[in-house]
Design a protein around this ligand. Structure first.
Ligand SMILES: [Fe+2]
Length: 145
């Protein structure tokens, strides 16, 4: 259970950092399809921000303090931040797709650990999130095909 909780806290940190990172792309994406990409990124970070709260509250239910400071997020996260510059939309989509795919891998590991630990509340929560990542990955693949 300790490893699961540690990875869940890393996930909280990843979601916090992705919130900033996807705002960066939302603001700085460029190209002829700026508007739909801009709007898509907003939907995506809103969704991830809901998961951020959901996973943190699940940690509280498991008797653990969720990470709750920017400093701790930067120490714990697996996400690489971006500089502030223009991002042509193809590049922005590629960045988002890579981030969602690696997040999906890490969340699957947590889901499997939770299953081993008999923590079915966490399993159910993460399965829903993974299914949503699958949808996003499909969307992104179709867009850059
Ligand atoms: Fe905005």
């Amino acid at each position: 259970m300790e490893k699961q909780k540690k990875l869940m806290n890393q996930y909280v940190a990843d979601l916090a950092v992705l919130n900033v990172k996807f705002h960066n792309l939302h603001w700085n994406v460029t190209g002829e399809i700026f508007k739909p990409v801009h709007e898509y990124l907003e939907e995506l970070y809103d969704e991830l921000f809901e998961y951020y709260d959901e996973v943190a509250e699940r940690l509280k239910m498991l008797g653990e303090f969720p990470l709750a400071s920017m400093r701790s997020y930067l120490e714990a996260t697996n996400v690489e931040e971006l500089t502030d510059r223009d991002y042509p939309y193809e590049e922005a989509y590629k960045i988002v797709k890579d981030d969602i795919e690696s997040l999906r891998e890490r969340v699957t590991e947590i889901r499997n650990l939770a299953d081993d630990n008999g923590d079915f509340g966490t399993v159910a929560m993460l399965e829903d999130q993974i299914a949503e990542f699958d949808k996003q990955i499909w969307f992104l693949e179709q867009t850059v095909k």
